[in-house]
Design a protein around this ligand. Structure first.
Ligand code: TRP
Length: 460
């Protein structure tokens, strides 16, 4: 297949891109779908009151997530470079908008530090599932198994270093594309398994209670912090606000339909989350788990659902393997941000950039790994390192990134350039959509993000 000629990058950087429309969709989806869907979405929904939270999350996705994602991808594709160079190339004067890229790199390190620990739990659970020791619907059994894992400093550390070594190996061997291809093939399987889990969960005694929790809004739990958490989740799940989508956009083809890709990624991402929610909450109510169990929620309830099916043990192994694959895709996309910046901006070779990134992650990540054991008493603002990195990145850094990205497109880059880029230079005839998205980017999204953030952080 011959590729249409790509316009060269204004930064002069020469680089490869995704070769087909489907490849673009799969890779972008591979970044979006990860532990944000399977782990974070259910536990945050559970901890923040269910359906009301879900509603705010949906609004944040539509009014903020979609426009920000289109903005990031469009910027990246126009400049075809890492986030720092992209913003430098597109800024008409010498204003320091490239700092968005620097902030993104910082956010990437914070997120990867705790994310790698959650991936570590998933890897560990593959082996626990193999041994069958966690297959039980008794909350005490599954909770004890999870606590034993996270409160053992040695296990927490070794699993995490194993994960980092594994990801590093993929990057160093240059088989990222291969892994993306694999992810693409395995994701439908994860989808099917989630469907099966939903069917099982819906047949449980208190399925209706679980569904009511997920779909019948109870606004008594609503607060400014809950709204901020929902918005932070929208950023996190769609990989926004730190340059991941800008970086992926830089590999997009010139003839790719960006709005359409964005809609598809968002819809698929939402589907996976909803399936995870429907698989989990009926079981939570049937077996007497606490919906607000926090980060442990998925790890303690999923084994209970599998304990209800024949061949549950085998299927649970498959489930955690697939979750590990999804998480690996998301991690690779996050690593790409600092690695590409160190490579293209600092002139480090890709292997050196990868090693440096990994080294920093081992240092920072270990703090998160030990935050449920050795470092449990080390707290800032009442949060251990794991929670601190999570909250600071999702509720502060990503939204700030979002504000500056929307302001940049809305007020600096401007309507004409945005329209040219998003309509593929007039080929797509999507004038109304472009105008609507630009309106959101210029006025609605930045203001909304700012208000939600300041209110949520109790600034006023
Ligand atoms: N979206 C991914 C998930 O749901 C995580 C992720 C990948 C991410 N890249 C990101 C989160 C960039 C924030 C920013 O698991």
């Amino acid at each position: 297949m011959t590729r249409p000629t790509q316009t060269p990058s204004p930064t002069g950087l020469k680089r490869a891109g995704f070769s087909s429309g489907f490849g673009v969709l799969a890779a972008t989806l591979g970044s979006a779908v990860g532990l944000g869907n399977i782990w974070k979405f259910p536990y945050l929904t559970g901890a923040n009151g269910g359906a009301g939270f879900l509603l705010v999350y949906l609004l944040a996705t539509l009014l903020i997530g979609l426009p920000v994602m289109m903005a990031e991808i469009t910027l990246g594709r126009t400049a075809k470079a890492n986030p720092i160079s992209t913003l430098q190339a597109l800024t008409p004067n010498r204003q320091p908008w490239w700092l968005i890229g620097v902030a993104g790199m910082l956010a990437a390190f914070l997120i990867l530090s705790f994310y790698s620990e959650v991936v570590a739990w998933v890897f560990a659970y593959v082996f626990k599932a193999l041994r069958g020791s966690i297959l039980s619907s008794d909350p005490q059994v599954t909770e004890a198994a999870f606590n034993a894992l996270i409160s053992d400093p040695l296990q927490a550390l070794l699993w995490q270093w194993g994960v980092l070594l594994f990801i590093g190996g993929i990057l160093l061997m240059g088989v990222t594309k291969g892994i993306e291809a694999l992810t693409k093939k395995l994701m439908p399987l994860l989808f099917l398994l989630l469907l099966l889990l939903c069917a099982v969960s819906l047949s449980l005694d208190k399925a209706m209670e679980g569904l009511a929790f997920l779909f019948k809004p109870d606004f008594s739990k609503m607060s400014a912090t809950v709204v901020l958490t929902a918005m932070g989740l929208a950023f996190f799940k769609l990989s926004l606000g730190m340059g991941t989508m800008m970086t992926y956009g830089s590999y997009f083809r010139d003839d790719q339909n960006i709005p359409q890709t964005t809609f598809r990624v968002m819809s698929a991402d939402l589907c996976v989350s909803m399936l995870a929610g429907i698989a989990i909450f009926p079981a939570v109510f049937t077996f007497g788990f606490a919906p607000a169990a926090g980060p442990a929620l998925v790890f303690i309830t999923i084994p209970a659902v599998f304990s209800q099916i024949p061949a549950g043990q085998v299927l649970m192994v498959v489930f955690f393997v697939l979750a590990a694959v999804a998480a690996t895709g998301a991690m690779l996309s996050m690593m790409e941000v600092p690695v590409l910046i160190l490579h293209e901006r600092w002139g480090l070779s890709r292997p050196k950039a990868t090693l440096l990134t990994l080294l920093l992650l081992v240092l920072m990540g270990s703090g998160c790994a030990l935050s449920n054991s050795t470092l449990a008493d080390f707290k800032l603002w009442g949060l251990n390192l794991f929670d601190l990195f999570d909250v600071v990145s999702s509720n502060i850094l990503l939204p700030i990134g979002g504000i500056f990205i929307t302001l940049f497109v809305g007020w600096v880059w401007g309507f004409d350039k945005f329209r040219q880029a998003l309509s593929n230079h007039g080929q797509l005839h999507n004038e109304k959509l472009v105008r609507a998205v630009f309106f959101l980017l210029r006025y609605v999204s930045p203001l909304l993000i700012l208000i939600v953030m300041l209110k949520g952080l109790n600034v006023f």
